[in-house]
Write a protein that binds this ligand. Structure first.
Ligand SMILES: [Fe+2]
Ligand SMILES: [Fe+2]
Length: 379
């Protein structure tokens, strides 16, 4: 069975993965952010950072990752047109936009590691810091109001008993809503550390290419739509995986081949090759990570041994399909995906879809085609 994220191997004074991830998020300079992220990822992958988190520490994850103030930000509707890569100016604008997207992709990956790892603390330990975190999550104000009302009616001792009960119930509520999701295997974090490292590499390579093209990151305005849209899924891992990785990153797979061919037609083979040979194949793996862990979360409560052992391996699925009715389960997973996208993403998905790349990422047309129509049918 896959090893669960745990703090049991904690050694005094060693930096945990969550602490390192937060350090990356608090780094404002995007070049340094990418460099530091690469260093942290290598340490995790080599085992030099071995402790996922320390249950006795409450590590604050920033609401918004640090950023330099020198970038001119505008709303998505105010962004100048990028053009079709027919001129140098257009190609610079497109690469600038890609560099900015990659800079947010770095943060989004480290947030995934730190935020959802951080929430594991709540469920992995019964210690006081965890109790406090749960109280924060449930809303101190509600508890305080309840405390005052009940104290008035029944006196202090009974109030303390009731508060303990409320806190336990609140914890159970959060466990029901988030804990089952966030108690993820170590492999989940390794996958997204790799994604974060890729995004840092994309940022660095594309920013260097932009410089070769006679521009630089920060020369043009940018918009933070990607981060802003992520805010709606900041408390829900399943929604985060669906929207960021199976909608936004999958959309990137749909449009990248056109972008690549435009650069080729515009005579910029160097950028085209970078996008085709490095960015495109790695983006497929990012989308695949989202699909894989979305399936995992949906299926593990039904078939825990199989899902933990194989992380929904195709082979094992077919072996066990007949005995446990996995076809039905898969249609349930897809229905869940549809429901989440409808709840967290505004409007229909935009065709045409890159079916080959999406299939390589692990999801077929039945996942996304029903979401491409304006009025969704009821399932
Ligand atoms: Fe990327
Ligand atoms: Fe990506």
């Amino acid at each position: 069975m896959a090893e669960m994220g745990s703090s049991s191997s904690s050694r005094v004074g060693e930096e945990t993965l969550v602490e390192a991830a937060v350090r990356v998020l608090n780094t404002a300079d995007p070049f340094e952010k990418a460099r530091l992220g690469d260093e942290v990822a290598n340490k995790w992958l080599l085992g030099d950072i071995n402790i996922p988190y320390d249950a006795s520490m409450d590590i604050p994850v920033p609401d918004r990752p640090a950023r330099l103030a020198n970038m001119k930000l505008v709303s998505p509707s105010e962004m100048p047109k990028l053009g079709k890569a027919g001129s140098l100016q257009s190609r610079q604008a497109i690469v600038h936009s890609l560099v900015h997207t990659e800079s947010w992709a770095i943060d989004l990956s480290w947030v995934l590691v730190s935020l959802f790892f951080g929430l594991v603390l709540i469920f992995a330990s019964g210690s006081l810091p965890c109790f406090v975190t749960v109280r924060k999550c449930c809303g101190l104000l509600i508890e305080q109001a309840l405390f005052a009302q009940v104290k008035l009616l029944f006196g202090k001792n009974l109030v303390i008993l009731i508060l303990i009960h409320i806190s336990i119930m609140s914890s159970k509520d959060i466990i029901a809503r988030f804990g089952m999701q966030e108690s993820m295997p170590r492999e989940f974090f390794t996958d997204f550390v790799k994604v974060a490292q890729d995004e840092g590499r994309h940022f660095t390579l594309l920013a260097a290419r932009l410089k070769e093209m006679g521009s630089f990151y920060g020369a043009l305005p940018a918009h933070d739509g990607l981060w802003d849209s992520a805010a709606t899924t900041s408390k829900d891992l399943l929604a985060r995986l669906a929207i960021e990785h199976c909608v936004h990153e999958a959309r990137g797979l749909d449009v990248l081949p056109t972008t690549i061919s435009r650069f080729q037609k515009g005579g910029d083979d160097k950028t085209a090759e970078l996008l085709e040979k490095v960015v495109y194949p790695e983006e497929i793996t990012h989308c695949a990570a989202g699909v894989k862990w979305f399936k995992y979360i949906c299926l593990r409560s039904k078939i825990p041994v199989m899902v933990c052992d194989s992380v929904v391996s195709e082979e094992k699925e077919s072996e066990e399909a007949e005995t446990i009715g996995i076809d039905n389960m898969h249609s349930e997973v897809i229905q869940k995906f549809h429901a989440i996208v409808r709840a967290f993403f505004r409007g229909p998905l935009k065709p045409p879809f890159n079916e080959a790349a999406r299939r390589a990422a692990g999801f077929g047309p039945q996942w996304y085609e029903p979401l491409a129509v304006k009025d969704f049918p009821t399932e």
